[in-house]
Design a protein around this ligand. Structure first.
Ligand SMILES: *Cc1c(COP(=O)(O)O)cnc(C)c1O
Length: 358
């Protein structure tokens, strides 16, 4: 078997040892005589998985007791709707920072629910960037302030989070657990698991419990955070298999330590940005101060070479490098599980490609 270097933006590469463990346990989970895929979500095997996944997240992110950790379905996209349905009351407003493609989707959903104000908009700027804290037009009486901690398509990432009076809400789908941060600064964070936490199917929501009390009675129970908090994410059948993989991923991160993972992530990204900045052959699409450690986006100065670059890279075993269909160019997604050797190999390939075609 030969595994390629998988730069897919999500679903994305998983650690080989996690995949091997899933394989080894697939038919007979923990001597239960059945697969975790076949186990009851209220049985003792799955209960242990569910509890450990929650506890590992609590430890890794220092989640205080007044916050609930939820395992929901519907992806981050469902959270674009659930956040305003639960937190944005009639006659009030929410503030959104518009930084790019994912913020735009969050804003569009919130506008269906209630009044949205844009506290800064850098979405049309090139190079792409996150606004400076002093550019944000924030109001203490907003229901909440929403940011996208990492814009997966545009390749930009918040380096310092704003301190807000109103609860800060973040879509962390593409950089959760890639670095330490102070959770207490936030009222709510959410993340689909298929980038940094495992596979598609489960979305992690961490919410300060008092915020879940705002929800209007008009919201069906299944869409209330409160229902899921009260039932410990067992209000209905949770995505058991995805939670199991999330549990394995959190174990894997704990084994290395989040500080070390963060250091590795920064080193990996720096290797690629160094090649991009070497001369004019490649051009980064993000402002240097906003550059993402997770999604490294760039173009070839000679755009006619883009297709050839992707083709030759693919032949050399580098998959998933094509930029998002809406922006083109190249994107190397290098989440936690992406190995440093793969990043070095791509950097070598880029230098060689430049030598041949520059
Ligand atoms: C991938 C992604 C989403 C969408 O996630 P789904 O699970 O497809 O709903 C939302 N926000 C960000 C930042 C993403 O990277």
């Amino acid at each position: 078997m030969s595994r390629v270097y998988n730069f897919n933006p999500g679903p994305s590469t998983l650690p080989l040892e996690v995949l091997e463990q899933i394989r080894d346990e697939l038919l007979d989970f923990n001597h239960s005589g059945m697969s975790i895929l076949e186990s009851s979500h209220r049985g003792k095997e799955y209960s242990a998985v569910h509890t450990e996944a929650e506890q590992n997240l609590r430890k890794l992110l220092n989640v205080p007791d007044d916050y609930a950790i939820l395992f929901l379905t519907g992806g981050a996209s469902a959270q674009f709707a659930m956040v305003p349905m639960n937190l944005l009351r009639k006659g009030r407003f929410a503030e959104y920072v518009h930084t790019g493609a994912w913020a735009k989707k969050a804003i569009a959903e919130a506008r269906i629910v209630g009044e949205v104000r844009i506290s800064a908009d850098t979405s049309a700027e090139k190079p792409a960037r996150i606004p400076r804290i002093d550019e944000l037009n924030l109001h203490d009486d907003a229901e909440y302030v929403h940011i996208t901690s990492n814009e997966t398509i545009d390749g930009i990432q918040w380096k310092v989070f704003p301190r807000t009076k109103a609860p800060l809400v973040a879509d962390m789908s593409s950089d959760i657990l890639s670095r330490p941060f102070d959770l207490k600064q936030f009222g709510l964070i959410y993340a689909g698991a298929q980038k940094n936490l495992g596979v598609a199917g489960v979305t992690v929501v961490i919410i300060r419990k008092d915020l879940a009390e705002r929800v209007p009675d008009s919201v069906p129970k299944i869409f209330r955070y409160r229902s899921h908090i009260e039932e410990n994410s067992l209000f209905n059948t949770p995505p058991c298999f995805a939670v199991y993989i999330l549990m394995l991923m959190t174990r894997w991160i704990m084994k290395t330590g989040l500080d070390v993972i963060y250091k590795q992530n920064r080193e990996k990204a720096a290797i690629l940005y160094k090649v991009i900045d070497a001369d004019g052959f490649y051009r980064g699409t993000a402002h240097p101060e906003s550059r993402s450690d997770m999604n490294v986006t760039f173009r070839l100065a000679d755009e006619s070479l883009t297709e050839l670059f992707i083709k030759e890279a693919s032949e050399a075993g580098f998959k998933g490098l094509k930029g998002h269909r809406t922006v083109g160019g190249i994107r190397a997604s290098i989440y936690n599980a992406f190995p440093v050797q793969g990043v070095k190999a791509l950097a070598d390939f880029m230098c060689e490609f430049r030598r041949k075609h520059g």
